[in-house]
Write a protein that binds this ligand. Sequence first.
Ligand SMILES: Nc1ncnc2c1ncn2[C@@H]1O[C@H](COP(=O)(O)OP(=O)(O)OP(=O)(O)O)[C@@H](O)[C@H]1O
Ligand SMILES: [Mg+2]
Length: 461
Amino acid sequence: MGGERKKILLVDDDPVIREVLAALFEGEQYEIEQAENGQVALQKVQDSFYDHIITDLSMPVMGGLELLENLQKLGVEAIITVISAHSELSSVSQAFKLGACDFIAKPFGSDQEILLTLRQAEEKSRLKKDNIRLQQEVEDKYIFSNIVAKSKVMAAIFSAIIKIADYKTTVLITGESGTGKELIARAIHYNSARKKAPLIDVNCGGIPENLLESELFGYVKGAFTDAKRTKKGLFEEADGGTLFLDEIGDMPLPLQVKLLRALQEEEIRPLGQGQSTKVDVRIIAATAKNLRDELKEGRFREDLFYRVNVLALEVPPLRRRKEDIPLLIDFFIQKYNERLGLHMKGVDGPCLKKLVDYRWPGNVRELENVVERSMALTDNEILVVADLPDEIRKLPALAAADFEEDGLSVKKNRISMEKRLITRALAETKGNRTKAAAVLEMSIPALLYKIKEYQVEEGVK
Ligand SMILES: Nc1ncnc2c1ncn2[C@@H]1O[C@H](COP(=O)(O)OP(=O)(O)OP(=O)(O)O)[C@@H](O)[C@H]1O
Ligand SMILES: [Mg+2]
């Protein structure tokens, strides 16, 4: 990649015009192919990649506008310049709408003018791409301040991000769902020297195996029935940048082999292509699963595990960094004040206590949803306990166990403590005994026994 000659596809029904332009561009280190009408061009575009397409507008079989429409449908990314006579100006404006970058007027001006037009089209297209990326960057500039946290564990993660950002080392981010793994992946990329190159996301869990393979590695036309055109894989899209493999624990085994090879060789081979292509990609992977468990179960390859788990960042669940909760609540209240056009001031003391006490199985994502929902539903300026969803509002209090009723008897206090914990676990899991047992870290039979023994009343009341 890079350093190669750029390819131009010249589309015109007049062979003389094609030859004139071909001679001109070849002298300028471009590689030229020709097509005599839109249909032939369309065929070629599906077979290989062109940096530029220069096309006439009126041609037999398939004209320029129809060609542009088809290119758009196919998602072809070439820089398009149209050739047009002055009489065709309305078609030119149509062509711009269909993705053309510039036009060359017929009859032609000087060679320099034509070359300049092409360079300008290149520049415009580069600016357009940069703009999209810049826009992203502006959004992402604050990405670090978008991760709200003050707990020690998160501070340690922040400093790790800064330290490792510039290395090409593979990073594995683990943590329960909703803890902010994706935010951290983005922070690594946008704090790294690779930030000007793309950050490409792939959800390894959500896509069927064969589709995922072609997404990752790309394919050439005809590699399989639906491969109507050559398509770059995400590895190549991320060249120079970062590839974020989300939910890597869900990647099917056969693909794990291919991924491992790509990581080791730093090259990929698109489906149906003979040779491999070098890629320079930094990998960040994330998973909510415990990869060591997946290893033991034979669902994750050991060699890939060691290749990916070079630098591990473990994001703790929200319930283990409760000091972040008040900060996050403020942050989300501000966010949704803006989004929903509200002027809410915060939460009152008892409400905050409920929110801090809650276990947050869905972590920050769940907290964000709860804040948003409560804000949308309330008429108050300050959120109160009554505004909270049932499962949080109705949690029996956990702390402040008063020992008075049972004196200092360890046995009696243990029983009342157990009873409270069980009642609460059942409330949080909406009566799901399997989940409750897991939360309590006790076996299901033990839980069932104790529910009966202590006459625990079940369900959220
Ligand atoms: N520390 C944080 N500060 C602000 N917002 C956060 C923080 N952590 C998470 N969020 C928000 O919570 C939501 C979930 O975060 P994210 O998608 O990064 O989690 P995840 O760990 O990738 O989850 P999953 O495993 O389900 O994909 C996002 O809307 C994100 O913006
Ligand atoms: Mg995620």
